[in-house]
Design a protein around this ligand. Structure first.
Ligand code: HEM
Length: 396
């Protein structure tokens, strides 16, 4: 069945900087699956509804392997990265599962819960440094970014003192408009860094993830380095942006903020609603059909690319009535902020723990927390794969 609307990807956001692009939301109202044109003129399918998004992400006929013909790249940078050495996020089973299983033990709910005291300590120390003798700060630079960076360094065995280097590389890699030469340089630098670090773990092991992967003796350095790169980037960019954007969203919704302040025990539920409402992986999840398959009554042919727009799916009125409203008390089950299916986010227990501790600690310790610039001056990260704010000037 052919579909009507043709739109471009990426589409611009509208007047509300928290809402997905209106063109995608409209597409979801009109039809379950839409035809879009990517930045380089390639045609592609766009899935914007909740039920169809779940169906797509759970369907083994749709591949996450960027080396397959027809795989949709959302920028020149992504196309370059897809052609290089990737990690299991861009692989299919059984290879994807074999590599992912080497890490699942490190990210179970139980293992993650054991990190709570360390994450709480890090959050408190960052806030001590941020607030001592001062009443204003950039929340991104001084809290939201360092917290998950510190934690992922601890887990991987990466020295935190190198954070400026790897944060710079990961920013370049996640920018949709990075010049390809800069992407190549950032990718090469980060790869060389993690390969060298992995080799060092062979002679100077610790008890963190890179050393444990080395000790298994199953993977060459470059595969361990690629896993390290995936975890390092995914482990800090996402939670950092989610933290800052969540604080901004709460400051813009005083009724919701007041509810959370009055009921701090509901922070885990608040985090789920913020994940749903903000759905920060704004570019969507990419797949290519390996055989003809029907999604939402639309025939997608083998070799055709699909973008699954989770930010729109997470506001689908069929699943979340009044989905555009931020409502910390709503039923958020089955939200897709962490994806769905075999590639569903490996780090989600850690992300939840970090977000809960970050929000709880901030609200508890800074009862007067407020924005220190007019809202209109806040710069949103439109060009990044992961949405967020460039900086968040706050006062207390
Ligand atoms: C996968 C979102 C935090 C590691 C994913 C996917 C999404 C996502 C949507 C699915 C990608 C796809 O299907 O193509 C998020 C969000 C986070 C977050 C919103 C924070 C708020 C983390 C953290 C880590 C992490 C803290 C690591 C420590 C991973 C990995 C994958 C992944 C390794 C690939 C899983 C696979 O392919 O099997 N994440 N993530 N993420 N995430 Fe996260």
């Amino acid at each position: 069945m052919a579909t009507a609307a043709t739109t471009t990807h990426p589409a611009p956001r509208g007047t509300c900087p928290f809402a997905p692009p209106p063109a995608y939301q409209q597409a979801g109202r009109d039809t379950p699956v839409t035809r879009v044109t990517l930045w380089d003129g390639t045609p592609c399918w766009l899935v914007t509804r909740h039920q169809e998004a779940r169906a797509l992400l759970a369907d083994p006929r749709f591949s996450a392997d960027a080396a397959r013909p027809g795989f949709p790249f959302l920028s020149a940078a992504a196309r370059h990265l897809g052609a290089g050495k990737t990690s299991f996020i861009r692989m299919d089973d059984p290879e994807h599962g074999r590599l992912r299983r080497m890490l699942t033990g490190d990210f179970t709910i139980r293992r993650t819960a054991a990190l709570r005291p360390a994450v709480q300590r890090a959050a408190d120390e960052l806030l001590d440094a941020m607030t001592t003798g001062r009443t204003t700060a950039d929340l991104v630079a001084e809290f939201a970014l360092p917290l998950p960076s510190l934690v992922i360094c601890l887990l991987l065995g990466v020295p935190y003192q190198d954070h400026e280097f790897f944060q710079r590389c990961s920013r370049t890699l996640l920018r949709r408009d990075s010049p390809v030469a800069e992407v190549v340089a950032a990718q090469d630098e980060l790869t060389a860094y993690l390969d060298a670090l992995t080799d060092r773990k062979r002679t100077e092991p610790d008890d963190a993830i890179l050393s444990r992967l080395v000790a298994r003796g199953e993977l060459p350095t470059e595969d361990i380095g690629a896993m390290g790169r995936l975890l390092l980037i995914a482990g800090h960019e996402t939670t950092a942006n989610m933290t800052a954007l969540s604080v901004l969203a709460l400051l813009r919704h005083p009724d919701q903020l007041a509810h959370l302040r009055a009921h701090p025990e509901t922070t885990p539920a608040a985090v789920e609603e913020l994940l749903r409402w903000l759905s920060i992986v704004q570019t969507g999840l990419t797949r290519v059909a390996t055989e003809d398959a029907e999604i939402g009554g639309v025939l997608i042919r083998a070799g055709e690319g699909v973008v699954c727009q989770i930010n729109t799916a997470n506001r689908d009125e069929r699943r979340y009535p009044d989905g555009d409203a931020l409502d910390l008390t709503r039923d958020t089950r089955q939200h897709l902020a962490f994806g769905f299916g075999v590639h569903q986010c490996l780090g989600q227990p850690l992300a939840r723990l970090e977000l809960e501790i970050a929000l709880d600690t901030l609200l508890r310790r800074l009862p007067g927390l407020r924005l220190d610039v007019p809202f209109e001056e806040v710069r949103f990260r439109h060009e990044m794969t992961v949405y967020g704010v460039e900086s968040l000037p706050v006062a207390w």
